[in-house]
Design a protein around this ligand. Sequence first.
Ligand code: NAP
Length: 293
Amino acid sequence: MGLLWVTPQARVRRILGRPSPLAGRTVLVTGASSGIGEATALAVARRGARVLLVARRADQLERVRSAIEAAGGRASSYACDLTDGAAVDALVAQVGPVDYLVNNAGRSIRRSLHLSYDRFHDVERTTAINFLAPVRLTLGLLPAMRAQGFGHVVNVVTWGVQLKAPKFSAYIASKTALDTWSRIAGRETYSDGVTFTNLRFALVRTAMTAPTEAYAGRGATAEQAADRVVRALEDRPITVDTLAGRVGEVLNLVAPRASDALFSRFDRRFPDSRAASQPTRPDAAPGSPTPLR
Ligand SMILES: NC(=O)c1ccc[n+]([C@@H]2O[C@H](COP(=O)([O-])OP(=O)(O)OC[C@H]3O[C@@H](n4cnc5c(N)ncnc54)[C@H](OP(=O)(O)O)[C@@H]3O)[C@@H](O)[C@H]2O)c1
């Protein structure tokens, strides 16, 4: 993350070595019941923030809340299916104003087109949780942020936004929609002190990636990913990219056909996982280890 991408206040704070701006603030983290969201909740609480934990699995949220409070932190849990619009509206009313929002809850699908012809629900499901849900939640929380003159939203998206990797059309399109929506929203809210970061992660070892055999043992840990989320909350950059993501983005711009040829080779070299080839119910249970990969 380069200095040019962060706010002037963050630049000054880093240069002077001041303490975390998260202390005493309220941070809402979605998808806090596992993986990157859980690790982020624990890390944010360690910096003195009050954490609002949101996901569907109440028992897992309670486990995370207990761990935070046992370590001397403050947290509350809210069981909510974020794809249920009325439930999101009720959540917004229940939590009141927040200072920081981490739109982390999500679902990934890695499946070739030829296995997807009769699976339009893959597109609907990824759009519901990766785009419509965070936009609805953000719209609900923005008025209070703008009124108080401060707010920051971190979206956990993917380097696929830049790479446009094969087999991820439904997933990456939904994350790209959120990335673009937030970039534009941030221009409108900038003068009210409300900013957005699109955090474009590469591979992270979580329940989400576990079913894909090709990823075994690869990627960052959830704790390493959480460190980057915390840094994005503190510094408020516009994007957090990987070098590979930036190179892929430039290649897509300057040599799009060469990029197609390269990615076509990757597509053939890394086949669909066994899980991706199996039929699954479109309404898989909360916490089921992303059976679509
Ligand atoms: N792992 C990677 O390689 C990677 C790379 C780039 C980006 N990401 C993104 O990182 C984010 C976190 O993923 P992860 O890797 O940490 O996987 P994870 O452990 O499977 O976490 C997904 C989280 O989303 C929550 N969630 C899913 N559907 C929900 C719904 N309808 N309502 C509320 N919460 C819901 C889950 O909680 P419940 O099941 O309890 O609802 C869970 O806490 C995702 O947005 C993912 O796309 C991951």
